[in-house]
Design a binder for this molecule. Structure first.
Ligand code: GLA
Length: 691
């Protein structure tokens, strides 16, 4: 179990470094991510290099038995780079430059940035690739974190090349983007610009490619550095830190290039859904490399500095949050950062070693956590523990949230609603691409899968044919990979599986106001008005109970499916709200609205019963989370009251046999308890289509 933090000794005089190492040992730290923002210290001017301080720090850490995850330091170019090479600066939608003075002020597609960053990485790699202290490489930092898109001239030039690579001919691009609409037909790739500020909606097919391009440019930066490290003979694992469900970067496409997945997670103490949201993030991250443990690369020991208000964590919450990562597959627990900064934007951000020193609640918490993690027995690799998979797909995320749709969908929020219903029931979930359906899951849930690639539709179809249960809808299987309707309109791929015919969307309107219309699209007031306009609901009846749905009440006709629930109000009264259909050896369900609250629970209960999936632990008390990792079941009481969980097994820390585990608020128990029922028969691994 790795335990440690980002370490920024370049912010401190050398006298502090020995104390750092001593206190790291006291806290149980065994690894640090070193020098993430140290470019200006390593290369203070274009032709001046200073590695001596780094040699000294690495030497001290090594002597102290602390391993180094060495950063490539490329995330924040020094002032001389921006001053000498302004072409490295990114630009916003209106073409205005982002200026230096913060961090991440580089255009990912700038050849000059890449040349300078590449040179830095090459020198670091040549110097430290064979250093015994260096056990891992940390490339860049949180790629794209602050700058979701770059509209600079460097991006323009790279975008044209990227498009020419993708389409070869401009005719193919015109076809893919449907440019006959609004006189957008291009004569050559040189006529194409990034989607800079325009009077009205950009072409949605072009926006989808722009999103792909943006993700690819960030990935290219990572891959460039990775290649340089490998060429210099580095044999250590190479990674960068992800940010969970981060819209600008399609991490599923990145994952094969990471030797190990590392993730940063900062649950907001003020978010009532923080446990659910963090659990989803960890399940998503684990699912990026099935069967391989991941690393929690950054979390906060206490308060952060970057939300409008930054409360600290409840006593015990640090252990509870950490246990959630371990439970869901993490083999390393790290913090931002080791020693709290005394200057700069993050001087109020908590750290392992606070300004107030070691006589603090934080220090007690991190030392206790360090020793508890160190005492854990070797953890099983995350296995094929989930029998439910939730589809969450980046391309769909980009496309479904484009403008000018029947209604506005927040895809992540909607996915989290579905995830939450399973999480509440203690049912373990993997988070997959549609192409990964199969793989031994009993139930696949694919909500709002507006953009459904052919390979994804094939995998879902095969999954049902071979005995799986699929729940999908609403607003699903509408467009292809270019955000265009296929011939035949809607549900063109899944209709036979679902046994329904789709007629129309039936968007549910809330209170409309003129502010929500076309016009000024950028103010918060307009955003709120647009949200209110899209917040209508509709009633549907399921098993004698009346529930509500939101977003849409689609007009769906059963062809060979059975109606399970019916709309009770609105224009669609009497038409199916939920359908069920036998297909091959399995079953496919379609929901024609996004159920809310109890309605969502009722739909989930129905498909859980139909597919036979079971929770990790039966009768889990409210507030208690349970997750399985091979034979290890982790129980976490996030609630405010003492809870008891019946589970037969062996306490992994004490070796005691368990029957009833008592958990105080925020308490955690690790129980070795092999799974009771055999998992459903796994499908062939090679069923995963390349994405
Ligand atoms: C991110 C960054 C860190 C630091 C933390 C603060 O995760 O990677 O450098 O800024 O946020 O929470």
């Amino acid at each position: 179990m790795l335990y440690g933090a980002d370490y920024n000794p370049d912010q401190w005089p050398e006298e502090v470094w020995d104390e750092d190492v001593r206190l790291m040992q006291e806290a149980g730290v065994n690894i640090v991510s070193l020098g993430i923002f140290a470019w200006s210290r390593i290369q203070p001017a274009e032709d001046v290099w200073d590695f001596e301080w780094l040699d000294t720090v690495i030497g001290k850490l090594h002597a102290g038995g602390i391993a180094v995850n060495l950063a490539t330091a490329t995330a924040s170019p020094p002032p001389w780079v921006s001053a000498t090479y302004p072409e490295t600066l990114p630009a916003d939608e209106s073409g205005a430059s982002y200026w230096p003075g913060s961090r991440q002020h580089f255009a990912p597609s700038s050849p000059t940035y890449r040349r300078l960053a590449g040179e830095l990485v090459r020198r670091l790699a040549e110097r430290y690739a064979h250093h015994p202290a260096v056990v891992m490489w940390h490339v860049g930092n949180e790629f794209g974190c602050h700058l979701w898109m770059d509209f600079s001239d460097a991006a323009r030039d790279a975008y044209r090349v990227w498009l020419a690579d993708r389409y070869t001919t401009i005719a193919a691009l015109n076809d893919a983007w449907g440019t006959s609409f609004w006189s957008q037909r291009y004569g050559s790739f040189d006529e194409i610009f990034p989607p800079r500020l325009a009077p009205y909606s950009h072409n949605p097919s072009s926006m989808l490619d722009w999103r792909r391009f943006t993700s690819d440019m960030l990935l290219e930066c990572y891959l460039m550095e990775r290649t340089i490290l490998l060429e210099a003979g580095a044999t250590q694992p190479i990674t960068t830190n992800f940010m969970g469900p981060f819209k600008p970067a399609d991490y599923r496409k990145w994952a094969p290039h990471m030797d190990v997945i590392a993730d940063d997670c900062y649950p907001d103490p003020a978010n009532p859904n923080r446990v659910r949201d963090a659990a989803f993030q960890r399940d998503l991250i684990r699912s990026l490399k099935p069967g391989v443990p991941w690393l929690l690369w950054e979390q906060a020991t206490d308060a952060v500095n970057w939300r409008p208000a930054n409360p600290g964590k409840k006593p015990g919450a640090l252990m509870a949050e950490t246990a959630q990562s371990v439970a869901r597959g993490a083999d390393g627990i790290m913090f931002f950062q080791w020693r709290q900064s005394r200057a700069g934007s993050e001087k109020f951000h908590s750290a392992m070693l606070p300004h107030a020193g070691t006589e603090t609640r934080t220090w007690d918490a991190v030392t206790e956590l360090g020793s508890r993690l160190a005492a854990l027995p070797e953890l099983p690799a995350p296995g094929r523990d989930a029998h439910v998979a939730l589809v969450f797909d980046w391309e769909n995320w980009w496309a479904v949230e484009e403008r000018d749709h029947p209604t506005e969908i927040d895809y992540l929020a909607l996915t989290l609603e579905w995830y939450g219903a399973f999480h509440e029931r203690g049912i373990q979930v993997d988070v997959i691409a549609p192409e990964e359906a199969g793989l031994g899951y009993a139930l696949v849930v694919a909500p709002a899968l507006y953009l459904l690639r052919g390979e994804g539709a094939d995998a879902l179809t095969r999954f049902v044919e071979t005995g799986g249960t699929l729940l999908t809808g609403p607003f699903t299987d509408l467009v292809d990979g270019h955000d265009q309707f296929r011939d035949g309109g809607f549900l063109t791929q899944l209709a036979p599986v679902l046994g329904v015919r789709f007629e129309d969307f039936g968007a549910l309107a809330g209170t409309a106001s003129s502010a929500a219309g076309v016009g000024a699209l950028n103010s918060d007031a307009v955003a709120a008005a647009r949200h209110a306009a899209a917040s209508g609901t509709i009633e549907f009846a399921l098993d004698g109970a009346v529930h509500r749905g939101r977003l849409v009440a689609e007009s769906v006709h059963t062809t060979t499916a059975t109606t399970v629930a019916t709309f009770r109000s609105g224009l669609q009264a009497g038409s199916p709200a939920l359908t069920r259909h036998s297909f091959g050896d399995g079953e496919a369900w379609y929901t024609a609205t996004q159920p809310v609250g109890d309605g969502l629970g009722a739909v989930v209960d129905a498909v859980v019963a139909a597919s036979g999936v079971r929770p990790v632990v039966d009768s889990l008390p409210a507030g208690v989370e349970a997750a399985r990792r091979g034979d290890l079941v982790t129980l976490i009481n996030h609630g405010d009251a003492r809870a008891e969980v019946a589970i037969e097994g062996v306490d992994a820390e004490t070796g005691a046999v368990t029957a009833l585990v008592a958990l105080e608020p925020q308490a955690v128990a690790f129980v070795l308890a092999p799974e009771r029922a055999p998992a459903p028969v796994p499908g062939p691994r090679d069923a995963v289509a390349a994405h």
